[in-house]
Write a protein that binds this ligand. Structure first.
Ligand code: GLV
Length: 303
């Protein structure tokens, strides 16, 4: 088996010794492929157009946690997302920061700072403040653990509705009830046909007046104009966005200058190079032993 590596030179530098030590073959760049039939796996963010060039391809591994940028895979080719504890921890850190920033009114205080204005507002307790997390997979559960330790009251919305310790879980059909009890709504959903455009006027209208939004899913979940209207109506108080629609957000977009919105440019997480390499080795080994591939995407679910 050989993995064709289509990512950055900096990442390749870390992967090469890890693969060499593991005795696995790593081919860096398509130009280095002498026999396309030798390639069994590809690591990339987006694959090359002509996957048919690799007749023995068994798996395509996304270099990140997301796979919505990937085209449908040819028959017999597994799609895998990178599972790396670092990604999950980084997103957790960003979401906890964002939740606390909104909870403690930072957008308002940042605006006041710009105006040189010393003006105090009521200080809320974390204890009992309701944080509602859309998407309670590995990352959502990690976020919930930290916020739960701080006293926030946690709920989750998931497709399966499966129970998660320490959270009240709402199933797919209970979206309205889930939203009605969200003081702070956190979106960690994968982007699929079902979730595209989900953060829209209809959804914002079901939140309690004055709710806050933390978005670390995908830009295409969010209707930015609906966000603006919800802020203008007071339906939402503030929002913290790591992903925007579109990306990058044009310099003249209203959201940049809106003091109720804080934006980071899709930097909540990035895959640690060594962790990515170790995950790819696990995928190759599992494939060789006909075991379940860690991070394999279910094409019916899209994540
Ligand atoms: C980043 O958004 C990723 O998918 O890893």
């Amino acid at each position: 088996m050989a993995l064709l590596f289509l990512s950055t030179p900096e990442r390749a530098e870390v992967w090469q010794p890890i693969f060499a030590e593991a005795g696995e073959e790593l081919i860096v760049g398509e130009a280095a492929v002498s026999d396309p039939a030798a390639v069994t796996h590809i690591l990339c963010w987006k694959p090359p157009d002509d996957l048919a060039r690799y007749p023995n391809l068994r798996g395509v591994i996304s270099s990140g946690a997301g796979v919505d940028q990937m085209p449908p895979m040819p028959d017999g080719v597994a799609l895998v997302r990178t599972l790396a504890p670092g990604i999950e921890e980084m997103v957790r850190d960003w979401v906890v920061m964002a939740t606390l920033m909104l909870h403690r009114d930072m957008p308002r205080y940042l605006q006041q700072q710009g105006l040189g204005q010393w003006s105090a507002h009521p200080v809320p307790l974390a204890r009992g403040t309701r944080v509602a997390i859309m998407g309670v997979g590995r990352i959502g559960q990690l976020v919930a653990r930290t916020l739960g330790d701080m006293g926030f009251a946690l709920s989750g919305w998931s497709r399966s509705g499966r129970a998660v310790e320490g959270m009240t879980i709402f199933g797919a059909d209970d979206l309205g009830a889930f939203l009605a009890q969200a003081d702070i709504l956190v979106c960690l959903l994968p982007l699929t046909a079902q979730t595209r455009g989900l953060l829209n006027a209809d959804l914002f209208g079901k939140l309690p007046a004055g709710a806050r939004l933390v978005h670390a899913g995908r830009g295409a979940h969010l209707d930015m104009q609906a966000l603006k209207s919800a802020l203008d109506r007071g339906q939402l108080t503030s929002a913290m966005l790591d992903v925007t629609n579109p990306e990058p957000l044009p310099a003249d977009h209203w959201a940049w200058g809106d003091p109720r919105v804080c934006i980071t440019p899709h930097v909540a997480a990035s895959t640690d190079h060594a962790e990515g390499a170790r995950h790819a080795l696990e995928v190759i080994r599992a494939d060789r032993n006909n075991m379940d591939l860690p991070g394999r995407v279910d094409p019916r679910k899209g994540y």
